[in-house]
Design a protein around this ligand. Structure first.
Ligand code: FES
Ligand SMILES: [Fe+2]
Length: 363
């Protein structure tokens, strides 16, 4: 297992950005104890419906706020009050901002020194997403959102929970540059290929004929920050959006989720539409599983033996590095990388592909 420092990412151990920490429907079931970025967190939904994420441990005596399920206050369902949460040990209450707002047996104001860290979290497209910044700053950009999520013509995804894998996010992000794996790994060698860098976004456009399924596959795939991939895909006459999310659990260990949005034939969509969408998601997962299987068994690529017609791994790694660097350096990365990049002898995307991009990136 390789870590951020082995890839010479840094100076931070974990990257800045929006990351999935749970599926929204999981959080509806009750408070969760989650671990990401080498830290433990308490995650719960307040009575207003708002997701709240706090450092896990109570200032009083270090109890995990959401890990114990047998305390009576938890089993009686009395832990959440409004958008605040009570510690299961002695009942100290924290607001969604992490401030202590009640100590049941204490007169007078709660000590400010008892505050714990709170994090910005949002419900986006059925996912609970958090903003993580190793320097503690607020969001620099918005999480990705597809209007199709709220369009009745589309069937929403239910996430595949792929669990933890002992691989660094760097190896997953490499896929954005990896033109030459599309044939051997996925069966659809690309006929054209392009990368575009736009600040915190990296885009890949490619297309080619899928030999197993005998249909043309064209995809526009983009990361919004280091943890959230969306991909618009036209495969024969099927149009889908795929989601692949990776969130660091510890340095070198990554948790992953997958989903696909599919267009329905009827509005409101029928049972058949839902079944068809699930089948499309399973097909997309099958294709992604080929990458996942390779990552699971490979040794870390700390150095890549670059060929001329490999994609621009170095640029994509440089782009990824911005999220591990000081916030003040971001502008330098953008000035250096922004623009499109083509591989020697590969065509750029043509007019047909531009149609696929319609509605994306503000077009
Ligand atoms: S340890 Fe949390 S209230 Fe005492
Ligand atoms: Fe891949």
């Amino acid at each position: 297992m390789a870590q951020a420092a082995d890839y010479q990412l840094g100076p931070h151990t974990f990257p800045r950005g929006w990351f999935i920490v749970a599926e929204s429907s999981e959080l509806d079931e009750g408070p969760m104890a989650v671990r990401f970025f080498g830290q433990d967190f308490a995650l719960y939904r307040g009575e207003s419906g708002r997701p709240v994420m706090l450092d896990a441990y109570c200032a009083h005596m270090g109890t995990h706020l959401t890990a114990s399920k047998s305390a009576v206050i938890v089993s009686d369902g009395k832990q959440i009050e409004g958008d605040s949460i009570r510690c299961p040990y002695h009942g100290w209450r924290y607001g969604p901002d992490g401030q202590l707002d009640d100590i049941p047996y204490h007169d007078g104001p709660c000590p400010k020194s008892g505050a714990i860290q709170s994090y910005e979290v949002r419900d986006v497209m059925g996912c609970v997403m958090m903003w993580f910044d190793p320097e503690g700053g607020g969001p620099l950009f918005e999480p990705p959102y597809l209007p199709e999520w709220d369009d009745p013509h589309w069937v929403r995804w239910q996430l595949d929970h792929l669990g933890e894998i002992a691989i660094h996010g760097q190896e997953i992000i490499d896929n954005m540059a990896d033109a030459q794996h599309l044939g051997p790994t996925h069966g659809a060698p690309c006929e054209y290929f392009e990368n575009e860098f736009a600040d915190h976004i990296v885009i890949q456009r490619q297309g080619g004929y899928h030999h197993t399924y005998q249909a043309y596959l064209a995809t526009t795939t983009w990361y919004t920050g280091p943890g959230l991939l969306l991909s618009k895909q036209e495969f024969g006459d099927v149009l889908t959006y795929e989601l692949i999310a990776n969130t660091p659990v510890d340095d070198g260990v990554t948790k992953a989720w997958h989903g696909a949005l599919a267009r329905a034939r009827s509005v409101p969509h029928s049972e058949e539409d839902i079944a068809a969408a699930r089948e499309i998601q399973a097909g997309a997962l099958h294709a992604f599983a080929a990458d996942f299987d390779i990552w699971r068994h490979k040794r870390p690529a700390l150095r890549i033996m670059q060929m001329k017609k490999d994609g621009p791994f170095k640029l994509v790694r440089r782009w990824y590095g911005q999220f591990y660097d000081q916030i003040t350096q971001a502008g330098e990365y953008h000035a250096e990388l922004n623009g499109t990049h083509h591989i020697k002898d590969f065509d750029a995307p043509g007019e047909a592909h531009q149609k696929l991009d319609k509605g994306l990136f503000g077009t």
